[in-house]
Design a protein around this ligand. Sequence first.
Ligand code: UDP
Ligand code: MG
Length: 316
Amino acid sequence: MNDLIHSKLISVVLPAYNETGNIALIAGKLENVLKLLKYRYEIIFVNDGSKDSTQELIISLVSKNENIHYIELSRNFGHQNALKAGIDMASGDCVISMDCDMQHPPEIIPEFVKKWEEGYEVVYSIRQESKELTGFKRGTSKLFYSMINSMSDINLEPGTADFRLLDRQVVNIFSNLSENEPFIRGLIKWLGFKQFAIEYVPSNRHAGTSQYTLKKMMRFALQGITSFSTKPLYTAVYLGFIFSLLSLLYIPYVIHAIYTGQEVTGWASVIMTIVFFGGVQLIILGIIGIYIGKLFMQSKQRPTYIIRSTSLKTHS
Ligand code: UDP
Ligand code: MG
């Protein structure tokens, strides 16, 4: 027991948004796994402004178990911000993050810790293709990673999830990043350090439904791409060049038409061109708009989350 008191601390961070059906189950499973390791541990639930009784459930767990803690955010800040809140507040020598819907199997944690003991500072997980996931989720996930990889400067393996272990050194650096709308899996890859990937087979979500609707996924993908590169802006410029050059080719034809008196035939081609270029311009304006939006949000320097209450000791 004495060994345990002086041993290192492992923090496990779980963001939770309307997860009443899962909290107690995951807490129990986690304890069973963590108890077997030779370290002290803390389990931190981050209630991301849930609208159901998630908070009450967490509080009741916290009151019964000194290893369990909570952070309650003042409203829903989204998965990534909630995760950041938990990682920032955790005091472990390593911090493990995972979802609380049972899709990230707690049984993998000992493997994470083993790699950490071997000296890896980041142990992350890659979701294996699984029949449990719907074809839609698999398809969109694949598209997401191929888009991120082709349009930004980082290279993420398909299926990289927010289920990973970070060493204290990495956590400190990560917590000091004040990026608005953090895209955590990209940031971690970008940080470098000695990283190790472990593959796992995801389980089904235990209770409730996924919070990631198609709209949220689209936003997440655009956020991911635009926070890691300015490549889309260059694409806009290249497209502009290509179309300007192509339009030059049109000039001889126009002159020819004027001289031979054949101008003004068919408005269809004119309309087509206007519509097409209208579309291209809107897309490009949109891309520029996203970057300006990011600058705008970042320049306000607002916190990425606000804590309403917590059972952890606050640093401030
Ligand atoms: N989550 C959160 N805030 C949100 C949406 C989700 O904290 O606004 C949590 C959710 O409770 C879960 C994790 O983030 O623990 C992943 O969410 P979800 O299972 O909905 O995503 P998916 O597994 O479908 O990608
Ligand atoms: Mg899930």
